[in-house]
Design a protein around this ligand. Structure first.
Ligand SMILES: O=C(O)[C@H](O)[C@H](O)COP(=O)(O)O
Ligand SMILES: [Mg+2]
Length: 303
């Protein structure tokens, strides 16, 4: 397998690379920012790409925010962006549940292990849900909870799906409730299964780590609707109608972003070294996932 091209400092190489593509799918966490810290020259780089007539789609696995929430974050960060240019894992999951899975009512309610972003996107697709940010679940489990979960009296009989995402308020009561729904036949879905979350210039447990308790207890993996799922790629292509051969995926994580682009048969992939993976993870022989090119930080695209 050919080695990826290193673009930092290679002005001619950068323009040659950019000229190959009309569309750039941008990962967010670890590429544009670390939490609320915007990486250097990101806004200027986005502006440069728009100035060259490139179409941009922001494709994030971070399920804690909805598209509307991300639009607010982009505005706060000074990055011009339309809400329709954002396509997150929460939206991907909500579209899948509402338009593909389409469980017959009334057993089509969703138990959410996650934050408001998932709830907002489910609501935007008319999907009913329980759990999520419900304050009644943000507490220690009590002895009487075990019986109420076991006999189903604290469960909603219309829940047909468990959707696991990044939940900053996960606890035993929430996991026990989700596991009870799975034991009762609920379909197990995840917005994404990233092991770590790149934020505050460090790594924290990601959505996959939060949901790991359910996976271990239930003994089966969920169907994940975020990157690298090609259900997400198909949904994005269905919405934006782009030519995959003229599209590049830009990301910091090999087993989500770059794999997403390669399996989606996109024209190219660009790894950015400000997030999860380091160049040692894809340089040299026998590497499983290798990007077409890589760059130290997104702003280096300014040449
Ligand atoms: O754990 C997670 O959910 C992910 O690490 C995180 O949110 C990834 O976001 P992305 O890099 O896809 O924007
Ligand atoms: Mg990322």
């Amino acid at each position: 397998m050919s080695q990826p091209r290193y673009l930092t400092g290679d002005k001619a190489g950068i323009q040659e690379f950019l000229d190959k593509f009309d569309v750039f799918l941008f990962d967010c966490d670890g590429v544009l920012w670390s939490g609320d810290h915007l990486f250097p020259n990101v806004a200027e780089t986005i502006e440069m790409l728009r100035g060259q007539g490139k179409q941009l789609v922001f494709v994030t696995n971070n399920s804690t925010k909805s598209r509307a929430d991300y639009k607010k974050k982009f505005d706060k960060m000074g990055i011009p962006c339309e809400v329709d240019e954002v396509f997150g894992s929460s939206y991907s999951a909500a579209v899948y549940i509402a338009r593909i899975l389409k469980l017959p009512a009334p057993k089509n309610k969703v138990y959410v292990l996650g934050e408001s972003g998932i709830e907002q996107e489910l609501a935007s697709e008319g999907v009913q849900y329980v759990g999520g940010t419900d304050l009644a679940l943000r507490r220690a489990i009590e002895p009487e909870d075990f019986a109420a979960i076991a006999d189903g009296s604290s469960l909603d009989p219309d829940v047909g799906i468990v959707l696991s995402g990044l939940d900053f308020h996960v606890n035993y009561l929430k996991l026990a409730t989700g596991f009870a729904y799975l034991q009762r036949g609920a379909i197990f879905l995840a917005t994404n299964t990233d092991s770590t979350l790149p934020t505050a210039h460090s790594l924290f447990p990601g959505a996959g780590s939060v949901g790991a308790g359910l996976v271990k207890a239930f003994g089966k993996e969920p169907l994940a609707l975020g990157k690298p799922s090609q259900a997400m790629m198909d949904a994005i292509e269905g919405k934006f109608h782009f030519d995959r051969s003229k599209t590049c995926m830009v990301g910091d994580r090999l087993n989500t972003d770059i794999q997403f682009g390669i399996e989606g048969k996109l024209g190219g992939t660009l790894a950015v070294l400000t997030g999860v993976n380091k160049k040692e993870d894809f340089l040299g022989e026998g590497k499983a996932v290798v990007p077409m090119a890589y760059i130290d930080t997104l702003g280096d695209l300014l040449g």
